[in-house]
Design a protein. Structure first.
Length: 350
């Protein structure tokens, strides 16, 4: 397992990150702890969660994922390793009707809400500090989660980026969080956060967690340049495109999967050319005696801007295959074939 630095920070994270959004919905606490134990035994030091997990979010289960992780972190043998682990969590942005999550949902990233969210996460995680605290999605109006076009008609009040950074600066000074990241962010957002921080001496963002896969390479252009120039690392989520790139949906919807259980949750993966492109990538994997999962994860891991690839699994067999993909290196011939398919089926789930 290789370890990579997050942006300008001192955090060294494993090239594979364990995602946890199924804990508490599709995975029991015993299954969650089994996954966590196995992941760190394989050299993974990076665990990602969020205050709204598990998904799909609802009032009954909200925060359960962090609680499962907190129970695991509180075990004596794990507690001794806390300084070697990188724990990341997230605060929601505005624009979603999650009034059950916090007392004040009118301004998602207000100072009051940020302070409350951090304290709640610390309590659930049973830890004194969060290594990487991330804004789950922007507080402002942006296209996201499968949307493409920016619509000024959707403008709403937002907490300024400077005000957000000032609050996070207080939390860093208090030792409650170590570093700051964003998620589902745009190139404009990366630059605005970075320039405000440098101009005012506030904390710089060190990472961006955005979707990236063989079916969604929109990061390759504007975001890649912004992150290169501002020294921000990508944490790639959905590297298997909601399971599509495992090949399990090629012959139809598999049973007991997220898409079959929660059909409205993966609408961005129901667009034109998703199945056709997936079939082409599966064929490349078969040609080179790889599983389609190995091909997809190895491709994401190979990109120069990716610090860590976030994997998620409901079964141990899936988790082991995902982690083992760290041993796969794609040669130039395979990458050319991948780019040929990409040119024909350009970002079908962008």
């Amino acid at each position: 397992m290789e370890y990579r630095r997050l942006g300008t920070s001192e955090l060294l994270v494993s090239e594979i990150c364990l995602g946890t959004m199924t804990y508490g919905q599709q995975n029991t606490i015993a299954e969650a702890h089994e996954q966590l134990d196995y992941a760190i035994s394989q050299g993974i030091n990076f665990i990602d969660t969020a205050e709204m997990y598990p998904v799909p979010p609802n009032a009954e289960t909200q925060g359960r994922t962090e609680k499962y992780i907190g129970e695991w972190l509180s075990q004596p043998h794990i507690k001794q390793q806390r300084d070697k682990l990188i724990i990341a969590t997230k605060i929601i942005g505005s624009g979603r009707n999650y009034k059950w999550l916090r007392d004040d949902s009118s301004a998602a990233l207000s100072r009051k809400n940020i302070l409350q969210a951090v304290d709640n996460s610390l309590k659930r995680l049973q830890t004194d500090y969060i290594d990487l605290y991330q804004i789950h999605w922007p507080d402002r109006n942006v296209p996201m989660f499968g949307q493409v076009d920016f619509d000024p008609e959707q403008e709403r009040e937002m907490v300024s980026i400077v005000e957000q950074l000032e609050t996070f600066a207080k939390l860093i000074q208090a030792g409650k969080i170590r570093c700051l990241g964003v998620s589902n962010e745009t190139a404009w957002g990366i630059c605005e956060f970075s320039h405000a921080a440098k101009r005012l001496g506030l904390p710089r963002i060190v990472s961006i967690q955005n979707a990236y896969s063989l079916l969604n390479r929109t990061f390759d252009s504007h975001l890649a340049e912004a992150c290169y120039r501002e020294e921000v690392s990508l944490l790639a989520y959905s590297p298997l495109a909601f399971g599509h790139l495992s090949g399990k949906y090629v012959q139809g919807t598999a049973e007991n999967t997220r898409i079959s259980l929660f059909p409205t949750f993966g609408q961005r993966y129901q667009k034109v050319n998703v199945n056709e492109a997936t079939e082409k990538y599966v064929a490349i994997a078969q040609k080179y005696n790889l599983s389609s999962t190995q091909l997809a994860l190895a491709f994401v891991r190979s990109r120069w801007f990716v610090a860590s690839t976030i994997i998620g699994a409901t079964k141990m067999t899936q988790l082991k295959e995902n982690i083992d993909s760290a041993n796969i290196q794609l040669d130039a011939e395979i990458l050319v074939e991948i780019d040929n398919v990409h040119s024909r089926y350009f970002n079908p789930v962008s």
